[in-house]
Ligand binder design. Structure first.
Ligand SMILES: [Zn+2]
Length: 191
């Protein structure tokens, strides 16, 4: 078992309507992780932080701009809101990423190009956080990038596999995370 302490943070990555079934960039089974996250968020983490993908309407990642993704999570739209069933009461802070038109940000910590910091490292260090537990969508994109950057920033990083869903099969992404020094666990092993 892993004991959750106040020196641990729970990150809830991009659990937004556009990434759920029915959304414009739906992750298969994305809605199935919401009750798992709601349970985890009630464990004694020092802080629970949610992220939101939060793009301008002409963001470079959109197919309409020559990017790889369908239009999703446009700032201020219904699709960018957190999942309706996600319990936001334990959420202490929200970080919005991908806000600049010309650069994407898969990781909650740094953008994809200049590796400009979002401020999340500073916040976690101010709070005395040493371990970061990562959940959310999508496992192989924003969850992986966030967990990798948590390791690089000097945190112990743990991905809670059953609290994540990917765009494809989980195992290649989980193997990459293991190689990057991320600890993998499941929600039933946390208390
Ligand atoms: Zn995006």
């Amino acid at each position: 078992m892993i004991t959750v302490t106040p020196q641990s943070a729970l990150l809830v990555v991009d659990v937004q309507k556009d990434f759920l079934p029915g959304g414009t960039l739906a992750v298969p089974g994305g809605d199935e992780i919401i009750p798992v996250i709601n349970h985890l968020a009630r464990l004694p983490f020092g802080v629970v932080i949610a992220t939101q993908d939060w793009h301008p309407a002409d963001h470079m990642s959109f197919v309409t701009q020559g990017g790889p993704w369908p239009v999703h999570c446009v700032a201020g739209t219904d699709g960018a809101t957190l999942a309706a069933l996600l319990d936001d009461e334990p959420v202490g802070a929200i970080f919005r990423k991908g806000r600049s038109r010309d650069v994407d940000s898969y990781s909650a910590f740094f953008d994809n190009e200049g590796k400009r910091p979002s401020g999340l490292v500073s916040l976690l260090k101010e709070l005395g956080i040493t371990s970061v537990f990562v959940t959310g969508l999508a496992l192989d994109v924003c969850v992986s990038a966030t967990a990798d950057d948590a390791v690089k920033a000097g945190f112990e990083a743990v991905v809670i596999a059953d609290a994540c869903r990917g765009t494809g099969p989980a195992e290649p992404a989980l193997a990459d995370l293991r190689r990057a020094g991320v600890t993998l666990t499941t929600s039933d092993r946390l208390a």
